[in-house]
Design a protein around this ligand. Structure first.
Ligand code: CMP
Length: 154
């Protein structure tokens, strides 16, 4: 099973959408294996957004991500990287598809509520930046046999 990182960004925390966001992934059948509130700092964000460091919006992005705490989650499931990216919708939230999180709750390109890892490789890197081993829980989700077939569970 894959694991991926989700952050409820400062605007999502301020707007009271933490529960709504968790609810969407839970209802889908994904397994939550890590959860915490954290204040991001300069060092984490320089590494996190290394691919945006030359963009004009980089300074604003970092300031915004440090403005209030974020809620970090680690979700597990089959192909969760791609599936979660679909559920959150595109970056430019006002054009995101209705039914996606950004499509239903946001209007901005920067204040787009939520982050989800872009690829499995990036998910592994982000997991290490946020969670220590003792903060990740390998528990048995008893409804898995109703969420996946035996073949899918392997
Ligand atoms: P996300 O795609 O999760 O990761 C990069 C973030 O940078 C993005 O969400 C937005 O919050 C922000 N971002 C991307 N493009 C812009 C932009 N043109 N102006 C301001 N912020 C942006």
């Amino acid at each position: 099973m894959e694991r991926t990182i989700v952050l409820v960004k400062p605007d999502g925390v301020q707007r009271g959408l933490i529960g709504e966001i968790i609810h969407r992934f839970e209802r889908k059948g994904m397994k939550l294996v890590g959860l915490k509130m954290i204040s991001l700092d300069d060092a984490i964000l320089d590494e996190w957004y290394i691919h945006h460091k030359d963009k004009a919006f980089f300074g604003n992005l970092k300031e915004y991500m440090m403005s209030y705490p974020v809620v970090a989650m680690l979700w597990e499931g089959k192909n969760v990287v791609v599936t979660i990216r679909k559920i959150i919708g595109i970056t430019l939230a006002r054009q995101a598809e209705p039914g996606t999180i950004r499509g239903d709750f946001a209007m901005s390109q920067q204040y787009n509520l939520i982050h989800a890892s872009e690829s499995l490789e990036i998910a592994k890197k982000e997991e290490k930046l946020i969670f220590s081993d003792s903060e990740i829980f390998d528990w048995d989700k008893l409804d898995h046999s109703h969420v996946y077939t035996k073949e899918e569970l392997g």
